[in-house]
Design a binder for this molecule. Structure first.
Ligand code: FE
Ligand code: FE
Ligand code: FE
Length: 171
């Protein structure tokens, strides 16, 4: 129940974070991926409501410190990168994949627990969500590979300013 409350809080927090990430993203493809995952996340919350019901418990969230931290990281990514850059997108993807991996771990554990407790319906319901999180993680990898990472690699040349500061230090 504690783990359920944790992921319930986390999913709700993500419904606020994903629109911010979408708004900040440069590539239309990444924006679309965030928007689609927002819709998926809302359905996942409905599933969790159902699971609480099946457990005969009131649906309540308990603050997930890990998700709070991951969301803060995504906010730092936005504030520390320039608008309309692929560097921001590359960093946003890493940030979003950290979120998906946390969710994969959380739902993976819950599915196993439900199976052990012989709660087959709950295991299936949470298994659907688990599959969605994995799919999203793979989709983000594809988006990064297809163009964003290459664009980001050629976008800024921090090496020149780095070289300059080295020269200042050693001159
Ligand atoms: Fe989710
Ligand atoms: Fe947590
Ligand atoms: Fe997710």
């Amino acid at each position: 129940m504690d783990a359920l409350k944790d992921i319930y809080w986390a999913e709700k927090a993500l419904t606020k974070a994903l629109p911010r990430m979408s708004k900040a993203a440069t590539s239309p493809e990444l924006k679309k991926a965030f928007d689609q995952h927002l819709a998926v996340t809302k359905k996942q919350i409905d599933r969790l409501d159902k699971v609480f019901q099946q457990m005969g418990k009131k649906a309540t969230g308990k603050k997930c410190e890990a998700m709070q931290g991951l969301i803060e990281e995504s906010e730092s990514v936005i504030s520390e990168t320039k608008n309309d850059t692929f560097t921001r997108d590359a960093a946003l993807i890493i940030s979003a994949q950290k979120v998906e991996h946390y969710e994969i771990a959380a739902y993976g554990g819950l599915v196993q627990l439900a199976r052990t407790m012989n709660k087959r319906n709950i295991a299936n319901t949470l298994g659907t969500t688990l599959a969605e999180e994995k799919k999203t993680d793979e989709q983000l990898t594809r988006i990064a590979e297809s163009s964003i990472n290459t664009e980001a690699a050629t976008e800024e040349k921090p090496t020149s300013s780095l070289k300059q500061s080295f020269m200042e230090v050693f001159s």
